[in-house]
Design a protein around this ligand. Structure first.
Ligand SMILES: Nc1ncnc2c1ncn2[C@@H]1O[C@H](COP(=O)(O)OP(=O)(O)OP(=O)(O)O)[C@@H](O)[C@H]1O
Length: 368
């Protein structure tokens, strides 16, 4: 899969730019704050309908402009697609694939997929469970449309149930709706757990191999899926998970009403990471954290390739300069296939190493 051409209009600090891209490697270089990450953000947004940096679409519209557009010419499964998104202040965004309007962002991921890696991804190992859930969700939503719709439905129900519990003093009659909410949440929650478990199962094997190799054969990486305690085997079929999830909700009903919070369901899931038997979040060094985050992201990329037969676009935002020579070598060896985008502050040896094209970015202009 490859992005042949990217057009941005009024996107972040870009007025109107068109980049004709290399099928292998595209190096985007420039001083700080010139617009390198903005271009990667545009590509991620085009493939997922989500920005890796903000929840608010309006932030991506150029200051003092009323709209922004991103357009990409994509080739995948030997077919050409034009993916197009328009953002407008005060209006819903619009998305098209080959001029056909899209209802959901998942329709974009059906055309092309991206794996984005930036220095903040160290938080994947260091931060709380929400960062790792975000990683799982972002990866699975691109890979499995059924997961994306089950998750959206689950989140909608969860928000609604949270409001009912929160406002239960003022509107106690709404508590009568909870059994219906619980049964719906169990239905969609079981699908979410099922997909997460299978994804982590496959990811853990590839990530462990990556980590072992990247650490020079000295470190063992283990991933473990932590979900609702009554779910005995998250790899089981959806019906079995449903029953066990339902049991958990039942035994937490009274407590939920008391603390007015949703205490049961996969919204509290986590992916625990161990390095040589120790919890990475607590004990890993900077280097181990970087290696583990890298191993996970590159495993995500391999998994896409195993599932779809094509490599997703790999976007490396200012990460190589943060890595020591051994890890740089590891990354560069791993990305000899598929299309890659790399941002950096200097036009260094990458172009020759990976046989690609270099774009110099300066004040929101692409100088070629
Ligand atoms: N909506 C917007 N309209 C106009 N300019 C914006 C908008 N959002 C961000 N910018 C500008 O974009 C620039 C940052 O771009 P970006 O994050 O791509 O930089 P970068 O080249 O990746 O820098 P660094 O190397 O420091 O990471 C800033 O100057 C910021 O003010």
């Amino acid at each position: 899969m490859q992005l042949n051409c990217l057009q941005v209009t009024n996107f972040r600090n870009y007025k109107a730019e068109t980049l004709v891209l290399n099928p292998r490697c595209n190096v985007i270089y420039g001083q700080n704050a010139q617009g390198k990450t903005n271009l990667l953000e545009a590509i991620v947004y085009l493939s997922t309908g989500k920005s890796p940096r903000t929840r608010f679409d309006k932030e991506m519209i150029r200051f003092d402009e009323s709209f922004a557009q991103i357009k990409g010419d994509v080739n995948t499964r030997d077919r050409d697609f034009v993916v197009h998104i328009e953002l407008n202040h005060g209006k819903r965004r619009k998305m098209w694939v080959n001029d056909v309007p899209c209802k959901q962002a998942g329709e974009l991921s059906a055309v092309f997929q991206t794996v984005y890696f930036c220095p903040e991804d160290l938080q994947l190992i260091r931060a709380g469970g929400s960062e790792r859930r975000r990683f799982l969700d972002q990866a699975l939503c691109q890979l499995r449309p059924r997961y994306a719709s089950a998750l959206a439905e689950y989140n909608r129900l969860h928000d609604h149930k949270t409001r009912i519990l929160r406002d239960s003093d003022e509107k106690p009659q709404l508590l009568e709706l909870l059994p219906e909410f619980n049964s719906q949440m169990v239905h969609f929650g079981a699908i979410v757990i099922h997909y997460r478990a299978h994804f982590i199962d496959k990811l853990s094997h590839i990530a462990a191999v990556n980590h072992m190799e990247c650490s020079g054969g000295t470190e063992r990486l283990d991933l473990h899926y932590d979900t609702v305690s009554t779910v005995e085997n998250p790899l089981a079929d959806v019906e079995t998970i449903k029953k066990q999830l339902f049991h958990h909700m039942e035994i937490h009903q009274t407590a939920e009403r008391k603390v007015r919070l949703c205490l049961s369901g996969p919204h509290k899931d986590d992916l625990t990471v161990h390095i040589n038997g120790q919890v990475a979040k607590k004990y890993s060094s900077q280097g181990q954290t970087r290696t583990a985050a890298l191993s996970l992201k590159l495993a995500e990329r391999s998994l896409y390739q195993n599932t779809t037969g094509e490599f997703p676009l790999l976007l490396l935002d200012d990460v190589l300069s943060e890595l020591d020579p051994q890890r740089q070598e590891f990354v560069l060896n791993r990305i000899q296939d598929g299309q890659v985008f790399i941002t950096c502050c200097e036009n260094h040896r990458l172009e020759t190493l990976l046989d690609g094209k270099v774009f110099h970015v300066d004040c929101g202009r692409v100088l070629g």
